[in-house]
Ligand binder design. Sequence first.
Ligand code: PLP
Length: 393
Amino acid sequence: MLYFDHNATTFVAPEVAEVMAAASRDVYGNASSVHGAGQLARQHLERSRRTIAEFLNASPRRVCVHQLAERNRTILRFSGWSEICRLKQKHVITTTIEHPAVLETCRQLEREGVDVTYVGVGATGIVDPDEIERHLRPSTVLVSVMHANNEIGAIQPIAELGALVRRRRESGQRIYLHSDGVQAMGKIDVDVEQLGVDLYSSSAHKIFGPKGIGGLFVRKGTPVHAIQFGGRHERERRPGTENVPGSHGIRASSRNYARPTPSLLARPARITLKAEILQRTPERREKRRANIHRLPNTSNLLFHGVSGEAMVISLDLRGIATSTGSACSSGSIEPSPVLLAIGRTREEARSSVRFSFGRYNTLEDVNTLIEAVIASTHQLRKSVRQEHRLVEV
Ligand code: PLP
């Protein structure tokens, strides 16, 4: 199987699996226990925390080792919610292209009486900081904007938003910036100081580490209150016996994979893919868009007149893993909300395929992919006589 779905997840790198297996075997104590086995576990956990902090350019004290699934949900609830309850403030700003982990939590906050503004991003997929500023209110407690989008790879101007939020805070407003950095790590440089974020979430399974565990940066002074109770772990933010082998997994994957991959940056496979398809099929390039600041590994192509699902299945039958942003809901294929948010029609959104490359994809793999995409395009087009257009979104 050739794997081009690294934005969905990555495999656990062999050396990461090895350190995790060794830690599961040898470091079995409860990190809260006072005996030697517990203290050994504590030391290992803290060492992992230091490594995660190093890659975020943060102090270890500011890093929380978190269960991945709770991370974004928790942040929105704990920062926004605690302030809201305390100060009776009721406004959160986010964008229309966030991951469901953020969007659905915002919808739940709305049901609980919080005002949420979903700022649009336009055709580029990039939010305009001025637009965020226009929506700020004295009651805004949280701005949550992802660092990089999982479907189209658009990189958001987080540093500008960081400066904006900081200015507001300096003028007395209790307001914080969260960024979902899950797709950024390993693909672009991440430095929480340069970004000026107050909360930043990252995950191990996108950088060849284990699933179910991630790192959360919390800037000093940012109000963080648990939404789960029954333990004093992780400075009372996340109760539950710490997952020391998992933390070893993040440590090893951060050390080896948290920095951007030079080979992907040197000649992004996505450019080769698009150029070859345009050259070797009757596809016609749509009017060129402004050059978008995007992840080097992510290519989302719309094949007009072809179902994205059919393309993904056809490629799968050829031994190639890719994905669509569409989700199956109640038996029908729902188009990707991200593509709709950037102005694509439902039909166009259903024609998209996401290719997300990883550091172990070779040039040979990319060439095999190109041949397969071209063959699938011809095969799927035989039944539909449509105008041929290829669009990178
Ligand atoms: N945020 C983004 C942008 C993602 O791409 C993903 C995973 O695909 C997540 C968050 C992770 O969500 P979860 O906490 O459900 O693993």
